[in-house]
Design a protein around this ligand. Structure first.
Ligand SMILES: Cc1cc2nc3c(=O)[nH]c(=O)nc-3n(C[C@H](O)[C@H](O)[C@H](O)COP(=O)(O)O)c2cc1C
Length: 211
């Protein structure tokens, strides 16, 4: 089965499903992966902090490191073009100056607005209140992950979000600081070789209240 590239939004949304088995002959170039990540990072984030960080695991060595950490998801690790490990950066507040300065440079934000907002943001996400920061980072990183899955479909690829891996070991295994980088999920990406499994959803009336 080959996913067709489409820009039809409803087709992208309704046609997405978790694909666990991929064509091993298909490699996604670094250039195309960069475009996919750029498009994914158009996702919104709290105060535009963009706390997500990506580790693209697409080499044989990288996959060999990952495989024992994702024992129940071996097919995705082995057959995908890449597994993208999504992390949240507990030091993301350090990028706030850069982000807001970029907005000023591009003429998207007046300097005085930047000068008011940056200290306010740093005050809100104080280093002592790690729970607030962590919650925010995990929400934002979930949003970028979802967007990445949809963008992948627009590029003709399929994905599987994976939570079944050794989250306590992944950062260190790849030489990253485990206290700084929160594991969010793995996303396998590649060309599907089967159609996956259709899945059901709860009726909206069972999960929604209108007041
Ligand atoms: C955070 C998260 C973790 C998941 N972990 C796994 C996993 O470890 N292995 C797996 O095969 N699928 C995993 N899934 C995929 C779900 O099983 C799948 O999304 C769900 O059954 C709905 O199917 P669909 O994605 O085809 O719509 C995960 C999905 C999410 C969102």
């Amino acid at each position: 089965m080959t996913t067709q590239t489409t820009t039809d939004f409803m087709e992208i949304v309704k046609g997405r499903r978790s694909i666990r088995n991929y064509d091993t002959n298909v490699k996604i170039s670094k250039e195309e992966m960069t475009h996919i990540l750029e498009e994914a990072t158009l996702a919104p984030s709290s105060v535009n902090m963009q706390p997500w960080r990506f580790l693209v695991i697409d080499s044989a060595e990288g996959k060999a490191t990952l495989a024992p950490l994702a024992k129940f998801n071996q097919v995705q690790v082995e057959t995908s073009s890449a597994v993208i490990a999504v992390f949240g950066d507990m030091n993301a507040v350090d990028s706030i100056d850069t982000i807001y300065d970029m907005a000023v440079e591009k003429g998207l934000m007046p300097q005085d607005v930047r000068d008011r907002q940056v200290p306010a943001i740093k005050g809100f996400y104080s280093p002592e209140d790690t729970d607030t920061l962590r919650d925010s980072i995990l929400i934002d990183s979930g949003l970028v992950s979802m967007q990445l899955m949809l963008v992948a479909r627009a590029h003709g690829y399929d994905t599987n979000p994976i939570g079944g891996y050794e989250k306590d070991q992944i950062a260190e295994a790849f030489g990253m600081d485990k206290d700084r980088y929160l594991p969010v999920m793995l996303l396998s990406i590649g060309k599907a070789v089967d159609a996956g499994y259709p899945s059901v959803r709860l009726p909206i009336n069972d999960i929604t209240d209108w007041k």
